[in-house]
Ligand binder design. Structure first.
Ligand code: CA
Length: 489
């Protein structure tokens, strides 16, 4: 009895002495969320009380960037903490479950792979989009747990699930859709998983379960596909925005509202399990909202606020995103942090806090905590860089200026004074030849160790794949030998 008592006392002491005080980390990612489409960036209509509270009681990054103006490459940068140009993954991958070459290169490490050896429980819930075949499956890329979909997008209601992708259009032409995984059932790890309610809610509830059940420090990547098209939301949420005339925008706002409600479910689970105070939550979007094209104004549902252009653009609307952090135990409350930060910094921050694995290729981001806490003076990045496939458009941003070549066939570069003209209204390239030189040199130095993109953009990939099938079958038909009649003596 005495012995047992002593042992329990020792165990208790040991637990207290060596209690794991490392924070939990949650990276919440929205998909194609317009800069101006949450309460904390100034939207007056959409209801995002949970995000607004995190923002107001945490840190708002006034100049928060992702590494690419659209999905796949942006997510590759975020998950590795390295510019995706370092390893040439600058396209949207097609959902291709049998292609063992198409995915986030296997010699790159995700933040999951860096945190697992430090004893963190790692999970990804939602959109993967970094390769659909077995070697690239999240469970093989550093995540103990996966619930979601491997493709670049997914429909939002369970009745859309249909394992047959229409490879032909109704008129018989090939269908080069980017996202044939859109209608696939959800997966839990490598098995089919239940999916019986609005997707954003299902992902949120699963995230709530994950954070509650976790019995050691965890790192959860909650990668919503909301509010990316297809524009679908529960009717009762859409009805909250009946004053919005444009039906697409009304539905899109409802998708953001539903995502915020889902984030509320996760926050509640953190509070109920006593983990809220020591959980670092990041929230950001993977790129800007879909931008307007002349003549297609009715097709536009997102609002990038004061930022110029949107998804796909090298101007601010493409990759300057709503970006916040919240961690009661480790970050000040009510801070607006002005210097440029990047989604690249999330890996570096997580690795620093967890004591994660720093081996392998060098991270391009920095641990943001000492910057925000004021322990390190100065800026986290002297410059941030962008590049789209094979350099068709590019950009470099320093705290003072931005030098870019816009996408969509622009031929003339532009230069902006980001201190006095943060919304890029006055191109000063003719007035600042020296600055232009300096910025070009910075970009060239950065680009010198990048790799050429060898993967194909999803629609082109699908086209190529259908051509390969055609060639294969032609070859098989040509080689097929006619079976000779049986000869009878
Ligand atoms: Ca996106």
């Amino acid at each position: 009895m005495k012995f047992h008592f002593a042992l329990s006392l020792l165990t208790l002491l040991a637990t207290q002495l060596f209690a794991d005080t490392r924070p939990n980390i949650i990276i919440m990612l929205a998909d194609d969320l317009g800069y101006g489409d949450v309460g904390f960036t100034g939207n007056q209509i959409v209801e995002t009380p949970n995000l607004d509270r995190l923002a107001n009681e945490g840190v708002i990054f006034q100049n928060g960037y992702v590494t690419h103006p659209y999905c796949g490459p942006s997510r590759a940068g975020l998950i590795t903490g390295r510019y995706q140009a370092r390893f040439g993954m600058e396209i949207n991958l097609t959902y291709s479950p049998y292609d063992i070459h198409s995915g986030l290169p296997l010699d790159e490490k995700t933040f999951g792979q860096r945190l697992q050896p430090a004893g963190y429980q790692t999970g990804i819930i939602g959109k993967w989009h970094l390769g659909a075949s077995y070697p690239f499956h999240p469970n093989n890329r550093g995540f103990d747990y996966f619930y979601g979909f491997l493709s670049g997008g997914h429909d939002y209601f369970p009745d859309s699930v249909n394992t047959h992708h229409p490879l032909l259009l109704p008129d018989g032409r090939p269908h080069y859709s980017a996202n044939e995984g859109v209608y696939q059932p959800l997966l839990r790890n490598t098995n089919a998983a239940e999916f019986d309610e609005y997707l954003t809610t299902a992902l949120s509830k699963d995230a709530a379960r994950f954070v509650k059940d976790s019995d050691k420090p965890f790192c959860l990547y909650l990668a919503y596909n909301a509010p990316h098209a297809s524009l679908e939301a529960p009717k009762e949420v859409i009805d909250k925005y009946s004053q919005v005339e444009n039906k697409k925008r009304r539905t899109y706002l409802a998708m953001i509202d539903a995502m915020d409600q889902g984030i509320g479910i996760v926050i509640e689970a953190l509070k109920e399990s006593g983990k809220f105070d020591n959980t670092l939550i990041f929230f950001l979007s993977d790129n800007g909202g879909v931008q307007s094209k002349p003549g297609y104004e009715h097709e536009v549902w997102a609002d990038n606020g004061p930022l110029r252009n949107g998804k796909g653009s090298m101007r601010e609307g493409g990759s300057h995103v709503p970006f916040i952090a919240h961690w009661p135990k480790g970050l000040p409350s009510g801070i607006i942090y002005p210097h440029p930060v990047s989604s690249l910094d999330l890996s570096a921050t997580a690795v620093a806090l967890a004591g994660g694995d720093t081996s392998g290729k060098p991270l391009d981001g920095v641990n943001l905590i000492p910057y925000v806490n004021g322990e390190i003076k100065g800026v986290p990045h002297e410059a941030l860089f962008w590049r789209t496939t094979n350099g068709t458009s590019w950009c470099v941003r320093t705290p003072e200026a931005k030098f870019l070549l816009e996408s969509h066939g622009a031929t003339e570069p532009e230069l902006y004074d980001m201190v006095n003209d943060p919304y890029e209204s006055n191109n000063i390239i003719a007035e600042r030849p020296e600055q232009r030189q300096q910025l070009a040199q910075l970009w060239n130095e950065w680009n010198a160790i990048n790799e050429t993109t060898f993967l194909l953009q999803s629609g082109n990939y699908q086209k190529k794949r259908l051509q390969m099938y055609e060639a294969l079958h032609k070859e098989l038909q040509e080689k097929a030998k006619k079976i000779q009649p049986i000869t009878v003596e």
